[in-house]
Design a protein around this ligand. Structure first.
Ligand SMILES: Nc1nc2c(c(=O)[nH]1)N[C@H]1C(S)=C(S)[C@@H](COP(=O)(O)O)O[C@H]1N2
Ligand SMILES: [Mo]
Length: 328
């Protein structure tokens, strides 16, 4: 059904030095007839070759809502990734299968933006993002983020607890999973013209995971509305799981009896499974997960079980972990 092409992250980043990433990228760009100024090296901090177009003031109607109060229950063990670094190093395959999608992502049209909520719910509905923002209790949380490619960042996300969305959606008792889907528009997002990917991006979680305090729906970052490249206007943050679970630019939320087969799981089921909990001891089929590269310093630090959030989430897997692989 799907033609399997190796996505970018099949090259373990920890097997490639920043230099080789840089050289390879320069070669690719040269092959495409694009010159490359000094230092766009894999989005590493430093001389940045391309300016990021700033969103014009007032362009985002939710701007007045930020900053939102910080929830001090979520503390970090390391410093925040500078906003500038984060805004220029992203995974968002809808806009390209490399890290420098920030300019391409500015074409993401974030208003009007409606989210449909359906499946096993008392009543299906469609809600405009600005109405949802008004109905939800917004707060800021400092979270770690660990990509399966073995880099990590820390972000001050703004948004609301997944639980609040579940209460709002009023699922029936038949709901066991929640499916999330990204927009589908290949005119707007040229990556979606790459037909070998099973668009739209799809992810999911169990109802129990959705009820965990840590499960967070993100609407802003760094005290502002979410920049397009972060997955505006609504994305997930499941910080104890590999980053690909944190789906961006959500259009559709469906409560289901069945488990979804997510975007990456369709492409490579043995590498990117449904559970995808972070575990430094469970090697990716082609690279180690023992350490991670901190995005803005380049430093390598040990990866933690459940990305350091075991106390909050390990209990979710006590039963299922006996019969299923919960780390991929
Ligand atoms: N729709 C969509 N969501 C996505 C992705 C994507 O390509 N498309 N990439 C995922 C991956 S692999 C990671 S690591 C994070 C990256 O989030 P960031 O760019 O804000 O750092 O988004 C996740 N969500
Ligand atoms: Mo990722």
């Amino acid at each position: 059904m799907h033609i399997l092409r190796r996505p970018g992250w099949h090259i373990g980043e920890n097997q490639a030095t920043p230099e080789t990433v840089f050289v390879n990228r320069r070669r690719v760009l040269a092959g495409m007839g694009l010159g490359l100024g000094a230092g766009a090296a894999g989005g590493l901090a430093g001389n940045l070759a391309f300016p990021v177009r700033a969103m014009a003031a007032g362009e985002d109607p939710s701007a007045g809502l930020y900053p939102v109060p910080r929830n001090e229950a979520y503390q970090l063990d390391r410093e925040l990734t500078p906003e500038d670094v984060n805004r220029r190093y992203n995974n968002f395959y809808e806009f390209g299968s490399h890290k420098e999608i920030y300019n391409a992502a500015q074409s993401l049209k974030i208003r009007p933006w409606e989210i449909s909520i359906g499946g096993e719910v008392e009543k299906e509905m469609t809600v405009a993002i600005d109405d949802l923002l008004k109905a939800m209790p917004l707060e800021e949380r400092l979270y770690r983020h660990r990509c399966v490619e073995a880099w990590s960042m820390t972000v001050p996300w703004s948004g609301f607890a997944m639980k609040a969305l579940v209460d709002y959606a009023r699922p029936t008792s038949a709901a066991r999973y929640i499916w999330f889907e990204t927009f589908l528009d290949k005119e707007m997002a040229s990556g979606q013209a790459q037909f070998w990917y099973p668009w739209p991006y799809l992810e999911g979680m169990t109802m129990a995971e959705a009820s965990n305090d840590l499960a967070f729906l993100v609407t802003g970052a760094y005290g502002k509305p979410l920049a397009p490249q972060f997955g505006a206007p609504l994305r997930l943050a499941l910080p104890w799981k590999y980053g690909f679970k944190s789906i961006k630019s959500i259009r559709k939320i469906t409560f289901m009896r069945e488990r979804p087969v997510s975007f990456w799981e369709q492409l490579a089921p043995t590498e990117y499974g449904f559970w995808a909990n972070v575990n430094p001891e469970v090697v990716h089929p082609r690279w180690s997960q023992a350490t991670e590269r901190v995005l803005h310093t380049g430093e390598r630090v040990p990866t933690l079980l459940y990305n350091g959030y075991g106390e909050q989430v390990a209990g979710l897997y006590a039963e299922v972990g006996k019969t299923e692989k919960i780390f991929y």
